[in-house]
Design a protein around this ligand. Structure first.
Ligand code: HEC
Ligand code: HEC
Length: 478
């Protein structure tokens, strides 16, 4: 169900006709030319229950309008008294300018960066972002790379499927922990078990009979066994968490669910004179649009020989060992996306904080019907990734070890395997958008990627180019 104040554009008709929708009295009679974002405040409550196809369409239309909107100071852009830190943090010295290229606010809209080849996509080097940690003592307007890591903009197509995979994997890892503990207790001996989910191994845990767990042998996942599929470091749990971060960082628009009176004691934490800048319902609409963006596809460019080269190249991709990390597909049990989700902590709305979550059934979406399934009926999500962090540098090859500051206390040379679906549409490459060709970013793989990289480097030119031909068939289509 969605409860609307008003719906932008054509969606309103569908809403009036929809039976499950509850209208709140229209609260805003803004002139059509008012310099406010019309889609803000369109919903009076967060959506709840299972949404029908048309409700989902109405909701995502609001989300799309928010993602593309050029937010203004009338909406609440700017945060003169607050920093971009993920945890609400006040600024030591108030800021006069609204925009600031490094510390943000750094853009008018989400789409200002995520637009390649279409809105929701990736971004060129010029859209790089300086991701910084929320250490309270840091001077957040500094240009010093000690305080921030420069990252390229990645695309959001298929992001809902990625979050669903991560949730299922987190639950499976957590249930392995539970079983291991139970075994240790029952047998009164320490039990060591492999942590593996969907064919991806995350090291080992050892449970002691006294109920303690040794996590020293974890590999590529946090100690709470939650897979965090977002950001190139793999440190953000959900689209919702990321959206709340991004609204504050890029626009100085502070969602109530983190910056509101409940947690900060103020309904205008950033001190710009605009209280309650963004409701949880606005965030829900943004999340719904991102979560339902279609998965990237395979498409053969019309050029002689491409089909044959790509077929050969796909085999080489596997022979070189690229598929050990860039898994062609991971199986997904359920296409039911709940928001707010189960794994977020306070500061991002989560399913413990609401009476009824909203359920977006992706199988209602045309693009989802085209996804392949395995013999057990599970959707095979063709992401070319494993949602795991790997060491990407060694003594000889360290181009990807360029960051000075650890993010969320993850080692500086660890990055989450980039999902390669869409890679044919999203150059330049690498977490800082440093590499103009696929060949260059492949040769930059060190550490755990070294063996595959060396196999590629040693291959004949014909085989290398066939593999590039294959990668270029993985595209985002408008
Ligand atoms: C100034 C450019 C810029 C703007 C504006 C921007 N983003 Fe991003 N976005 C990025 C960059 C850069 C990353 C990669 C961050 C990283 O890897 O640490 C990213 C990553 C993301 C991700 C994670 C994707 C993934 O697969 O890891 C989400 C979700 C996202 N952005 C949503 C948004 C939303 C929603 C908005 C608007 C509220 C927004 N972004 C505005 C640059 C931007
Ligand atoms: C040990 C795991 C691992 C192996 C093996 C591996 N990769 Fe990667 N790959 C990664 C990680 C992690 C990244 C993200 C690196 C970064 O930007 O920090 C990445 C990034 C990439 C990118 C850049 C994507 C983008 O959007 O910027 C491409 C292309 C790529 N890999 C191709 C390959 C190919 C081809 C092979 C085989 C020759 C390969 N990889 C082997 C882990 C791996």
């Amino acid at each position: 169900m969605i409860t609307a104040n008003r719906i932008p554009g054509a969606a309103s008709l569908a809403l009036v006709l929809g039976l499950h929708l509850v209208w709140a009295p229209a609260v805003l009679a803004d002139e059509p030319w008012a310099e406010r974002t019309k889609a803000l405040g369109a919903l009076s409550e967060i959506p709840s229950g299972v949404l029908s196809r048309s409700e989902l369409a109405d909701l995502t239309a609001i989300g799309e309008a928010l993602f593309s909107a050029n937010f203004t100071t009338q909406d609440g852009v700017g945060r003169p008294q607050a920093t971009q830190a993920i945890d609400p943090t006040r600024r030591k010295h108030p800021r006069e300018q609204v925009f600031f290229r490094t510390a943000g606010p750094d853009a008018g809209s989400c789409a200002a960066c995520h637009n390649m080849p279409v809105v929701g996509g990736a971004g060129d080097f010029v859209t790089n972002v300086f991701a910084s940690e929320g250490f309270e003592s840091a001077d957040f307007d500094s240009l010093d790379p000690q305080f921030s890591n420069e990252r390229g903009t990645n695309h959001l197509f298929g992001a809902g499927l990625v979050e669903l995979l991560a949730r299922e994997m987190s639950f499976e890892l957590q249930s392995i922990r539970g079983e291991t503990l139970a075994q240790a207790r029952a047998g009164a001996v320490a039990v060591r078990r492999k942590l593996e989910t969907k064919g991806v191994a995350f090291g080992f845990i050892t449970a002691e009979p006294d109920g303690s767990v040794n996590l020293d042998e974890l590999d590529g996942v946090d100690t709470d066994l939650v897979i965090r599929p977002f950001s190139q470091k793999g440190v953000m749990t959900s689209l919702r968490q990321f959206t709340v971060n991004a609204m504050n960082q890029h626009h100085g628009m502070q969602p109530d669910e983190r910056f509101g009176a409940r947690w900060t004691g103020s309904d205008d934490f950033d001190g710009d004179g605009k209280p309650n800048e963004m409701s949880a319902a606005d965030v829900s609409a943004l999340v719904a649009w991102q979560a339902t963006l279609p998965a990237p596809v395979r498409m053969l460019p019309e050029a002689d020989g491409w089909a044959e080269a790509a077929a050969r190249g796909e085999d080489r991709f596997s022979d070189f060992g690229c598929t050990t990390c860039h898994r062609p597909a991971l199986p997904l049990e359920s296409l039911s996306f709940s928001d707010p989700g189960p794994l977020d902590q306070a500061g991002t709305l989560n399913d413990r904080q609401v009476a009824v979550t909203a359920i977006y059934d992706f199988s209602l979406l045309d693009w989802a019907a085209t996804l392949p399934r395995d013999e057990q009926g599970r959707v095979l999500v063709p992401l070319f990734g494993d949602l795991k962090r790997h060491v990407m540098t060694d003594n000889q090859i360290d181009a990807l070890g360029n960051e000075l500051l650890s993010q969320r206390f993850v080692e500086r040379n660890l990055f989450q395997t980039a999902e390669l679906w869409g890679v044919g549409s999203t150059g330049p490459y690498g977490h800082r958008n440093d590499f103009t060709t696929l060949d260059e970013i492949i040769l930059a793989h060190g550490g755990a990627g070294r063996e595959a990289r060396d196999a590629y480097a040693a291959a004949t030119d014909a085989n290398k180019s066939a593999m590039i031909a294959f990668l270029k068939t993985l595209v985002i289509i408008p």
